[in-house]
Design a protein around this ligand. Structure first.
Ligand SMILES: [Zn+2]
Length: 259
């Protein structure tokens, strides 16, 4: 199973890992006890809207240049902590979206209590940013057509298991089957008490009235399509080939002349 958004290696077959909160030092992400290597993991680098102290767009550009197979994230806007969105937060988000567009990397988005504004910022960059992952998306289904139009995916999180999350469950049913993913959003601190991606997937299958095995394969094929946007980019730059048997990325030694 793929955990479509987390900040820690949890022992899943694949993680879409956002480096912990804009930490661009290049240190490996934390790892839960007993979690082995996941060679299919995909990395995302960026400045989370809660942790913009020392924001440095050039550092992000450099980090992405080192890793042509990485995306941009977790980036976005947030109104959980303050009622209005600070100007510096908007600017950091816009700059990071521009970097993603310039380098044609997929983006993992955060938009607590301001998803409409996040979507609005993404629309003009659709296409140049090959795909978007709406992580923790919890708005009503009204934005889903726009999200689909810009090649967006919506990852469903642990809140699904909360019996009070009536609206969230409705949303989880409404996300088109070819757009849905599951995520834990686990960090080093929260991982122990959060459900695994597989538990969320099983719950989602029951909720949507599809067999669990079918749900699992739909989720994997969606995750593959999202990940390809990174791998394709890496393939152009590094002439990586995907070893489908092992699911590993094997860089070849010869550099390519790219566009
Ligand atoms: Zn997160």
């Amino acid at each position: 199973m793929t955990d479509a958004h987390c900040h820690v290696v949890r022992g899943e077959a694949r993680h879409f890992l956002c480096e912990p909160f804009g930490d661009l030092r290049g240190v490996p992400p934390p790892r839960c006890a007993g979690a082995g290597d996941s060679p299919r993991d995909v990395f995302f680098f960026g400045w989370h809207p809660w942790f913009l102290d020392g924001f440095d767009a050039d550092a992000l550009r450099r980090r992405l240049a080192e890793r042509p197979d990485a995306g941009v994230g977790e980036i976005g806007l947030d109104r959980l902590r303050e009622r209005t969105i600070p100007q510096a937060m908007r600017e950091a988000f816009e700059m990071q979206l521009d970097i993603a567009a310039e380098l044609s990397r997929p983006a993992v988005l955060h938009g607590a209590k301001c998803w409409g504004e996040v979507v609005k910022a993404c629309v003009p960059r659709a296409g140049r940013i090959p795909a978007f992952l709406f992580h923790g998306f919890s708005r009503s289904a009204g934005l889903l057509p726009d999200i689909v139009r810009i090649n967006g995916f919506v990852s469903i999180g642990p809140a699904l298991l909360n019996d009070h999350a009536v609206n969230y469950r409705e949303l989880a049913k409404a996300v088109p089957a070819d757009r849905v993913l599951v995520e834990s959003d686990a960090t080093g601190e929260t991982a122990a008490k959060l459900p695994r991606a597989g538990e969320i997937a099983d719950f989602l299958a029951d909720l949507r009235g599809v067999p669990r095995s079918e749900m699992a394969s739909v989720l994997e094929s969606n995750a593959d399509r999202f990940a390809e946007c990174c791998l394709r980019r890496g393939a152009t730059r590094l002439l990586c080939r995907v070893n489908e048997v092992k699911g590993e990325i094997m860089p070849r030694s010869r550099p390519v002349e790219g566009p």
